[in-house]
Ligand binder design. Structure first.
Ligand SMILES: *Cc1c(COP(=O)(O)O)cnc(C)c1O
Length: 217
């Protein structure tokens, strides 16, 4: 547990997978965590963070960005179109692009603002009705659509169903990315990031294993 331990485990997994050192981006998922814990990890030098809500991130990161240089915050949760502008101002990357309406809004704003965060298309690999993401069968067409909008599409993202073997979902995501010529793979969390790295993850999203359990109470 803790940043140092997780960094070591990421490095070991990279090595075992025959991947270059530091080729995997470790996103420290800071959602819901008390600010002291986030400051402690910032003071250890880590600069890449993940948040799943625009509003929560907005209340936390602008102030921290004034105190610490070089911070990148990634949006890893769903995005409503009415918060897209705010998200484009705040985040380095958006991991949950999953529908044409959102893609069109991002494209319009990118034109207007002259920049756009790195984008990932979320794929609902477990085809769970309550979960965000494009269905695997619709992924190729949607990826094409996003590219047609001239958006900076980096790769794909998934959140495997909790009760299933994550490696099956990681493999499926990697396969869809490969056949579409996409390099980025945002997959793997506290309990399975090493497996994700062995299957090609370029971005792992690790929260509780770095910061400790989240207290939603
Ligand atoms: C909260 C969250 C994570 C981190 O989960 P941990 O199990 O704490 O590592 C990763 N990805 C997404 C999309 C999340 O919402």
């Amino acid at each position: 547990m803790g940043l140092t331990d997780i960094r070591e485990r990421v490095a070991k997994a990279e090595k075992q997978a025959g991947r270059p050192e530091r080729s995997v981006e470790l996103i420290a998922v800071s959602k819901v965590q008390p600010i002291e814990r986030v400051e402690a990890v910032l003071e250890q030098g880590h600069r890449v963070y993940g948040e799943n809500k625009v509003q929560e991130a907005q209340g936390k990161w602008p102030a921290l960005k004034e105190r610490f240089d070089g911070i990148d915050v990634h949006l890893i949760g769903p995005l409503q179109t009415n918060k897209a502008r705010q998200a484009m101002e705040l985040f380095t990357a958006i991991h949950a692009v999953d529908r044409p309406k959102l893609a069109n809004t991002l494209a319009r704003l990118a034109q207007e603002m002259g920049h756009c965060p790195d984008l990932f298309v979320q794929v609902n690999t477990g085809e769970e009705p309550q979960k965000a993401g494009i269905l695997p069968a619709d992924a190729d067409a949607f990826i094409k659509e996003v590219r047609g909008l001239d958006l900076p599409l980096k790769g794909l993202m998934c959140i495997p169903p909790v009760e299933e073997t994550p490696s099956l979902h990681f493999s499926l995501l990697a396969k869809i990315a490969e056949r579409n010529g996409l390099e980025g793979l945002s997959m793997g969390m506290s309990s399975d990031f090493e497996q994700a790295i062995s299957l090609g993850a370029t971005h792992v999203r690790v929260g509780s294993a770095i910061f400790g359990e989240r207290d939603y109470g």
